[in-house]
Design a binder for this molecule. Structure first.
Ligand SMILES: [Zn+2]
Length: 87
């Protein structure tokens, strides 16, 4: 089983953290995984039997899922930045 949401979230976290406005965010593996985990917990899982066995989604559906994921990731970035699990 594959959770398609994982692929989407990890990809978006990488993209967002590269932006200038998030240059202050810690990019260590701990914080990276924390951010992704918090976002994934807040989003519905999207399990498929095989990640290569899927049907094309409409552009609209892709966009709305990306927007929902981005919103949760931004919340997660704010949380982890306030309280990183390290000094
Ligand atoms: Zn860190």
């Amino acid at each position: 089983m594959e959770n398609l949401q994982e692929e989407r979230v990890f990809q978006l976290v990488r993209e967002l953290l590269q932006r200038e406005e998030y240059s202050h965010v810690c990019k260590c593996p701990d914080c990276f995984v924390d951010i992704a985990a918090i976002a994934l917990n807040a989003l519905p899982a999207e399990y498929v039997a095989d990640k290569y066995y899927k049907f094309p989604e409409t552009a609209e559906s892709v966009k709305s899922k990306q927007e929902a994921a981005t919103k949760q990731i931004l919340d997660a970035i704010a949380k982890v930045t306030q309280r990183p699990h390290h000094d």
